[in-house]
Design a protein around this ligand. Sequence first.
Ligand SMILES: [Zn+2]
Length: 113
Amino acid sequence: MHELGIMINVVNSIEKIAAENGVTKVETLVLQVGELSPVVPHYLEAVYPAAVDGTLLQDTRLEIEVIPGNALCRHCGTEFNLVKNNKICPDCGQSEWNLISGTEFLIKEIVAC
Ligand SMILES: [Zn+2]
């Protein structure tokens, strides 16, 4: 499980941003995680309390937005979800596509009190 290391990095960056902006308390932290990224939202939530313990984010609520893993079919132009359709275009049955979204891992928003 590499999520703890990732979460600690996130917490470190936010503490830095907060310090630069004179923020002393963060109410909510919003992360965006792509469906196809190697980071598992459930594990992020699990390691979160350990990662924020003793930091500025100790009482901060964590929100995770999952970005769907979508692709555009190269044959018929249909946009479809890769996970739900087993990476095969539901319209024409081809498996050649261009990735649109789903590999993100971003700090979307930091809500200060
Ligand atoms: Zn297609």
